[in-house]
Design a binder for this molecule. Sequence first.
Ligand SMILES: Nc1ncnc2c1ncn2[C@@H]1O[C@H](COP(=O)(O)OP(=O)(O)OP(=O)(O)O)[C@@H](O)[C@H]1O
Length: 254
Amino acid sequence: MKFTLPIFDVKNLCFSIGDQEILSHISLEIFGAEYIAIIGPNGGGKTTLIRVLLGLEKPTRGEAKIFGKSIKDFKEWHKIGYVPQRATHVDANFPGSVEDVVNMGRTSQRKLFSRMSKEDKACVKDAMHKMDVYDLKDKMIGTLSGGQRQRVMIARALASKPEILILDEPNTGVDMTSQKKFYALLKQLNKEEKITIVFITHDIGVIADDIARLFTINQKAIICNNPKEALSCEEMSALYGIEAHLLHNHKHEH
Ligand SMILES: Nc1ncnc2c1ncn2[C@@H]1O[C@H](COP(=O)(O)OP(=O)(O)OP(=O)(O)O)[C@@H](O)[C@H]1O
């Protein structure tokens, strides 16, 4: 797997706002079909890193390539599904059904104001089935539970048939049972559809068995190729506090 071109290739990347250095000399690669979790303390720079990788922020130094291309030359954004933080916080009166929201996931492939093609409709249906929200398709999005909305937002990202899915803490306000279902669906997408998953989370203990690698971001990056072993070390505990304790507990449970 490591001999293929990485989806993301980041070298010596730095990002500052004014005098504040948010990301410092980050180098990492993300390969096809990997399942990666990103952890780190609040304000550590996880979201900023993703925003730089998606071309939403310009690095101060260093470079990031997507599918072998520099970000500024990359055009195939439909290959990347992104669910930002707080995407599930929808106004209760938002005037759209589940199907309307998932349809939005096809807009990057359609001409402005064009009708949905047969292919668009098939991709939307497939995405709703994969996230188990097809039965909810006519319900208004604002009336759904947090867990249902979470799955709809992933379905919207899946509608563009992405090769990589980037999720930024999509669990806020979602109960434990819904989270378990969600994690099982993500695992399935990764194992069966070979979709690369990059998951920013504070629930590392729950998905530790599913992930292949772990990136810890606290201004700098530490890449753990063997997440469970790496996370049990004292150094990690000192650096990342609560996340390291969570995994520590996880280790004792098994
Ligand atoms: N637009 C901005 N203007 C000023 N500071 C910013 C901006 N965006 C991010 N920051 C700062 O950059 C740092 C990293 O923020 P970021 O959101 O990337 O962290 P995070 O690891 O995703 O945090 P959390 O776990 O709380 O979501 C923080 O100190 C934040 O205040």
